[in-house]
Design a protein around this ligand. Sequence first.
Ligand SMILES: [Zn+2]
Length: 129
Amino acid sequence: MIFWRIIRRGRRPRRSAPTGPETERLRAQAKAALPARVRELAAAFGFDFNGRVTIRNNVSNWGSCSSKGNINLNLNLMCLPEDLRDYVILHELCHLRYFNHGPEFHALLESVCPDHRAKHRALREYRLG
Ligand SMILES: [Zn+2]
């Protein structure tokens, strides 16, 4: 059963999670940590990333990317173990090269995150929304 999706193609309206002091604390943490981590991982794995990183608060995905080369990340990533956070970021960086979940995408993801299948399974333990 798939109850989360990393990439979303629009159409469905974006659902926002409730806001509050805890959310704002996470948002501040996410803004301080995630854009820098994206650039760090991009540099470490040879991705040419010059886009923007936007922090979102939605319940439909952990991350997504746009055809313009920008990455959106969910502020609730701050509640995940660091390795799963990195997995989501690497997944989105791979999408900047392959905007689908085809064999080339998976080969690239495998090369930068060899245990991505285990990470994918582990991520399912954490529900959004
Ligand atoms: Zn994806």
